[in-house]
Design a protein around this ligand. Structure first.
Ligand code: ZN
Length: 274
């Protein structure tokens, strides 16, 4: 809010008496040429910009960052979440780890490569901003929040995370899947795409059985690609975990439902990022 207010105030100053125009594109040059007093200095807006020069950021409180790392199942999101936590904690920063419906279901972030770390298991009612303030009240620092399985968080919880970034400079690193088994967005992921400073596709390529990049998480029920059902049914990508499993497919094979020659074998193994 203060940013908008000050920008508007600066705009009113610039387009005051003498300019003869409102802040339309190109009017800044006309205005400053006529008044002749404010045009110099490094903070002046470009002549091509309709935005007045109130955006230097100096004097504004810093904000935390909100980054959303997304990719299909099996692309190493939890591994990267744990690596990021390691990198930050090694330099003395303190993190709060959150997850929801992690494959281990025991209040931790666990990766398929065998790493794990204790985490707060969230539910729909958890207010993340309140949780962070409660940590602070107990004297426990929280410099950043790592959210694994971010697609399962509610849009309201995503907004709480962005408030933490904007109001109290907590950095937010969210890891999740963008789309569900039908190829439709999860609400939590949608809100992250809308609000995050950066949405970053993960670099670890996951491949369909045909060798093409796999961006779709097919739900396989009794050997057939499901087309309808509840958005959230937790199962692993490994075969033999019951009659519901997930398999990553390319768009064409997600559409056709072709699970490939070894459809009982689960996914092609994760491509090692090293
Ligand atoms: Zn394919």
């Amino acid at each position: 809010m203060p940013v908008v207010d000050s920008a508007e105030a600066a705009g009113r100053r610039e387009s005051g008496p003498g300019s003869g125009q409102s802040a339309a594109p190109g009017s800044a040059r006309v205005g400053t040429a006529q008044t002749g007093t404010e045009q110099s200095g490094p903070d002046r807006a470009s002549a091509l910009s309709a935005v007045p020069a109130a955006g230097s950021r100096r004097g504004m409180p810093p904000t935390g960052c909100v980054k959303f790392f997304y990719g299909p199942m099996d692309c190493g999101k939890s591994t990267l979440a744990l690596q990021l936590d390691h990198n930050h904690s090694r330099q003395g920063r303190r993190g709060l780890l959150l997850t929801r419906l992690d494959r281990s279901r025991t209040g931790q972030i666990s990766s398929r490569m065998g790493l794990s770390r204790a985490a707060v298991e969230a539910d729909d009612d958890l207010d993340i901003a309140e949780l962070v303030r409660a940590c602070w009240a107990e004297g426990r620092r929280v410099d950043y929040v790592i959210v694994d399985e971010a697609q399962f968080f509610t849009p309201a919880q995503i907004e709480q995370l962005t408030q933490l970034a904007d109001d109290v400079q907590v950095d937010v690193y969210a890891f999740g899947i963008a789309t569900d088994f039908r190829g439709r967005m999860f609400p939590g992921s949608t809100r992250l795409f809308e609000l995050a400073d950066e949405a970053i596709p993960l670099q670890v390529e996951v491949l369909c059985w045909c060798g093409r990049p796999a961006r779709f998480n097919a739900r396989v029920v009794d050997g057939v690609v499901a087309r309808e059902g509840a958005q959230v049914v937790v199962a692993d990508t490994a075969a033999g975990t019951g009659e519901v499993r997930y398999q990553v497919l390319c768009r064409a094979h997600h559409r056709s439902g072709d699970l490939g020659p070894d459809s009982g074998e689960g996914t092609i193994p994760l491509v090692d990022p090293r």
